[in-house]
Design a protein around this ligand. Structure first.
Ligand code: ZN
Length: 129
């Protein structure tokens, strides 16, 4: 799970794509994953709990990211199956309301800069559905 998150951060789209279980691949094209990764800036991932059996695992995490001028976050309980390696199958989402970031606020990415001065965040694109 953490490896998928860092792959997103480093825009290692192929890794993200390859760790989807084959049964869900048709729902997520490489282009969609790439568009999402390019349109957001990840701030934080907190793993809240993990459960694992021999062939199935669950990871509950909270993800915080910046998209356009909003600080967004969601909690997800992801399901993984073991099939010669762990693969992501699906997850139950608990969305939270995005908060608009004011241009003069300190940037939530902890750069220490004001949001309007933080050059990391270039708004573009849209998320995956
Ligand atoms: Zn920033």
């Amino acid at each position: 799970m953490r490896s998928r998150y860092s792959a997103y951060c480093h825009k290692d789209i192929n890794y993200v794509y390859q760790t989807y279980h084959s049964s869900v691949l048709p729902n997520n094209t490489i282009q969609e994953i790439e568009a999402f990764a390019n349109s957001v800036h990840f701030v934080r991932l907190d793993v809240i709990s993990t459960e694992q059996s021999v062939d199935e695992g669950y990871v509950t995490f909270e993800l915080i990211y910046i998209q356009d001028n909003f600080l967004c976050g969601f909690m997800e309980r992801s399901r993984f199956v073991f099939d010669k390696g762990w693969y992501y199958v699906d997850g139950v989402l608990k969305d939270s309301t995005p908060n608009k970031i004011s241009r003069n606020d300190l940037c939530p990415c902890n750069s220490g800069k004001k949001f309007k001065q933080c050059i990391i965040h270039v708004p573009s694109g849209s998320g995956i559905s």
